[in-house]
Ligand binder design. Structure first.
Ligand SMILES: Cc1cc2nc3c(=O)[nH]c(=O)nc-3n(C[C@H](O)[C@H](O)[C@H](O)COP(=O)(O)OP(=O)(O)OC[C@H]3O[C@@H](n4cnc5c(N)ncnc54)[C@H](O)[C@@H]3O)c2cc1C
Length: 508
């Protein structure tokens, strides 16, 4: 039988697999992205996109499209039956600052985010092999041999250097590896989630400017909200633990019309059910994400309760952490240990985020008159970082306690180029390279590696950028900052000679 080859085989074209594929495509790394469904994910599910993910989209060239179609999270409208009770801010919002240009979470149905990711991948020359399912694989020291089944029944063998399992919470790959997936069932209550069309005499009451919530509805919490770019609404209903989830999945428009009437007391009719699913909030995580040449990412590695909108964001940032490391191993002969840093960095982040999502879930369950709790800045994922990573080197002495450190997210800062035009650090970082930010007026020899771009920020004649507003100084201080392709400070030092030593961690 013919065997196809790929340097990286990615299983699953959810947000995780797509972000990884985009990152590999822009680096020119041949890969294969297989997806068993016909067209990608059809439901609204993960709508909340956090500020840190917006920065990832900026780097990957996706932000303008995403901003144009998404919107800020609307205010909540609490109801008691057909009576409006109170309007309140569901999320804590913040003003943009020099270091944080996108301070607020935004919303877009997951199916549309996934489509935008597919479009970006195609712009970069990549594509998704839909209707192609991984059914089996075996790994050896040099690679992975995988069996793919196409929708027409044909079977294909693929030989790949690396297999990335981005195949979701029920991951075939994780199960085949026998990796324990442990966590906590946070509640026995099933929740129904559906995308529906709504009509009826009271339809105009369910305006698109609010997220409508019935915290004390008979039978449990009930919410309705308009979906961006769509005539559909997302309906969510919590049920008593005695209700069998199977009963939820088979609901018809008539069943949902009855449910809406019971929970809201309003004259509303569900005229179409476009997508329906159910879940029980739980946390679960694999102890390790790297298993030789097989790497778990996204929901395949960790599942979150939906509260606080963390799952999709954490998942696609796995792909973003992994892309440049795989490329460094494949193209620059970087040591294999670089991929262990994916495991170390992302297991730590996932464990922390799971703890956060579980605590938001508990606060939501405790309820209160508004039903759900206000979401604070801790859900924005801007303070996540890798200070404890073996890849983070801070070689400075006597640094103030609150200073930016190696491992921290590299903040934005607006400077000026020689013509007086504003240039942001995020403009300088955008792309697959490392950036050496030199915040110094000293003369020095820039690193020779073509994958490191040096940007001199200062007042000297050779400066690329002038810190006209002091943003760079206040965000970074002074010295040399080597910024990773995924936007974290790799190295902070006062001596540019340290860069050569650091390079050995990420290249041959
Ligand atoms: C009700 C609800 C609300 C949520 N809200 C949010 C939110 O607001 N914000 C947030 O961040 N997260 C949210 N989430 C979580 C989010 O939806 C997931 O974390 C996200 O989808 C994970 O992305 P992924 O790419 O890892 O996996 P998935 O999106 O599950 O994608 C996996 C893909 O792999 C494919 N696949 C599986 N097996 C195979 C195989 N053997 N061969 C080929 N293809 C395969 C599947 O068809 C699927 O397309 C929510 C989840 C739920 C249930």
């Amino acid at each position: 039988m013919h065997t196809a080859h790929a340097e990286v085989l990615i299983v699953g074209s959810g947000p995780t697999g797509l972000v990884l594929a985009i990152d590999l495509a822009r680096r020119g790394i041949p890969h294969r992205l297989v997806e068993r469904s016909e067209r990608g994910f059809p439901g609204s599910r993960g709508t909340g996109i956090q500020p840190r993910t917006l920065e990832v989209f900026d780097d990957l060239g996706l932000l303008p499209a995403f901003m144009a179609e998404s919107r800020l999270i609307p205010k909540a409208q609490a109801w008691e039956g057909p009576e409006r009770v109170r309007v309140w801010d569901f999320v804590e919002s913040a003003d943009a600052s020099p270091g944080v240009p996108y301070p607020d979470p935004r919303m877009l149905p997951q199916w549309r985010t996934v489509e935008l990711l597919v479009e970006r991948l195609e712009e970069l020359g990549g594509h998704v092999d839909f209707r192609t399912e991984l059914t089996d694989f075996a790994q050896d020291p040099d690679g992975v041999t995988a069996t793919l089944r196409h929708a027409d029944g044909t079977v294909e063998t693929v030989r790949a250097g690396w297999l990335v399992a981005a195949d979701g919470g029920r991951s075939t790959v994780r199960k085949a590896l026998g990796v324990p997936f442990t966590g906590e069932e946070l509640t026995a209550q099933p929740v129904l989630i559906a995308d529906v069309l709504l009509a009826g005499d009271d339809r105009a009451e369910i305006d698109s400017d609010h997220w409508h919530m019935w915290p004390r509805a008979e039978g449990g919490l009930f919410t309705l909200r308009s979906l961006e770019g769509s005539d559909a609404l997302q309906l969510m209903a919590a049920f008593d633990a005695t209700v069998e989830p199977d009963r939820l999945r088979d609901v018809s428009a008539e069943d949902l019309t009855r449910l809406v009437a019971t929970r809201t007391g309003m004259r509303l009719t569900v005229t179409e059910v476009r997508w329906v699913s159910d879940f029980r909030a739980r946390t679960a995580m694999a102890e390790r994400f790297r298993h030789g040449r097989v790497i778990l990412a996204g929901d395949a590695a960790h599942v979150h309760p939906p509260n606080g909108g963390q799952g999709l964001n954490t998942s696609l940032q796995d792909g973003y952490n992994l892309g440049w490391k795989l490329a460094a191993v494949l193209r620059r002969g970087a040591p294999d240990a670089l991929l262990d840093s994916y495991d170390a960095e992302r297991t730590r982040v996932a464990a922390g985020v799971l703890g956060l999502a579980a605590s938001v879930h508990r606060a939501d369950r405790a309820g209160g008159r508004d039903g759900l709790q206000r979401r604070g800045k801790e859900t924005h994922q801007l303070t996540l970082g890798y200070r404890d990573s073996a890849l983070s080197r801070d070689l400075r002495h006597d640094v103030p306690e609150d200073a930016l450190r190696a491992g921290d997210r590299a903040p934005d800062a607006t400077c000026m180029d020689a013509s007086g035009s504003p240039v942001r650090f995020f403009d300088v970082f955008r792309g697959p390279h490392f950036t050496l930010l030199a915040l110094t007026d000293e003369e020095f020899t820039a690193p020779a590696e073509d994958w490191i771009r040096t940007c001199r920020v200062g007042g000297g004649a050779s400066a690329d950028l002038r810190d006209a507003h002091g943003h760079a100084k206040s965000g970074y201080g002074s010295g040399f900052f080597l910024v990773r392709p995924d936007g974290y400070v790799a190295l902070a030092t006062d001596d540019v000679a340290d860069v050569a030593e650091y390079v050995k961690l990420v290249a041959a």
